[in-house]
Design a protein around this ligand. Structure first.
Ligand code: NAD
Length: 297
């Protein structure tokens, strides 16, 4: 297919490279020279402007840092695309922004999907991302062959914006669960419970969670977790903070009494000021440090 790809960062670059590898004709744009160079090396045709990347394309994919940028870029590119182009935004953005982007695409005579991902840079490189897709059934069917090149699992979640809804609901739950688990681990430490004993009991008891059994935030029990690698991400605190901010906005905008989601957003916003580049599971070290400070005061 003729594909335009905008946003060749950590995620976009390997996603675009997989489309090229699968035989698609990819016109790519990113304002950063190093990103352009990488895309050229990966076999995409790099063009100097966003508008040139959408001309004559059947599908246009965006992978950008935030919702404001998606809306700004759409303002430039929607009028430049052929009628009935399928716009797929894979960025993680506000549900409201995703709905606005889709409405504007449709009003300009196009089709639109929101298709945020989970799986991180490793999943993007391996072509094993999970896509959570919002949009009309027919548009989902049209986008599926392209998404399947970049993803291992593609789920149609509902209408416009519902893909973003799935993403922020999952990540809000993950953030809350990691904070809760970390508090329990530090409490266990204070009470003389070893990490291994905690793991051996809780991993098969009612407190079990993905955060514990796959991503254990203390070294030892799960050797592949970032805690065993000095909290190198993995999933960086900066990204978790962004997603919890989107979830907190959505809680408020929709009148949901989401006290734990809002609190997790606050906790990560504070941690992000000092530890943005560390894995989000390093929150356990912050909870431990703050507990020790309080104890010594
Ligand atoms: P990134 O900052 O590495 O990449 C964003 C790219 O967009 C940059 O290369 C930037 O130059 C480019 N860009 C900026 N303005 C542009 C414009 N006007 N036109 C074209 N390109 C432009 O970010 P990333 O880590 O690749 O993340 C992209 C999106 O994916 C974000 O919304 C993020 O939340 C989401 N996401 C990231 C991860 C991850 O692990 N990195 C995981 C899941 C979802």
């Amino acid at each position: 297919m003729k594909i335009g790809f905008l946003g060749l960062g950590h995620m976009g670059a390997p996603m675009a490279a997989n489309l090229v590898k699968a035989g698609h004709d990819v016109l790519a744009f990113d304002p950063v020279p190093a990103a352009q160079e990488q895309a050229r090396t990966d076999g995409a045709t790099v063009v100097p402007t966003a508008v040139e990347a959408v001309a004559g394309r059947e599908v246009v994919i965006t992978m950008l840092p935030n919702g404001k940028l998606v809306l700004d870029v759409y303002a430039d590119i929607l009028p430049a695309a052929e009628p009935d182009t399928l716009f797929i935004d894979c960025s993680t953005i506000d549900v409201a922004d995703a709905r606005t982007a889709a409405e504007r695409a449709v009003a300009a005579g196009h089709r639109a999907l929101d298709a945020p991902v989970s799986g991180g840079v490793a999943g993007a490189a391996a072509g094993t991302l999970t896509f959570m897709v919002g949009g009309a059934e027919a548009d989902f069917a049209a986008g599926l062959p392209v998404l399947e090149v970049m993803g291992g699992k593609v789920v149609h979640c509902g209408g416009a914006g519902v893909g973003q809804a799935a993403k922020i609901c999952n990540n809000m739950l993950l953030g809350v669960s990691m904070v809760a688990l970390s508090e329990a681990l530090v409490l266990g430490e204070k009470l003389g419970l070893s990490h291994q004993s905690f793991y051996d009991v809780v991993s098969t008891a009612s407190g079990q969670s993905w955060s514990l059994t796959t991503y254990c935030p203390v070294p030892g029990p799960v050797p592949t977790s970032p805690a065993n690698n000095d909290y190198k991400p993995g999933f960086a605190t900066a990204l978790m903070t962004k997603d919890l901010g989107l979830a907190a906005n959505a809680l408020q905008a929709n009148g949901v009494d989401g006290q734990l989601g809002a609190l997790a957003a606050e906790i990560y916003t504070r941690f992000n000021q000092t530890d943005a580049a560390r894995d989000f599971s390093a929150i356990v070290t912050d909870i431990r440090d703050r507990s020790n400070q309080e104890a010594s005061e």
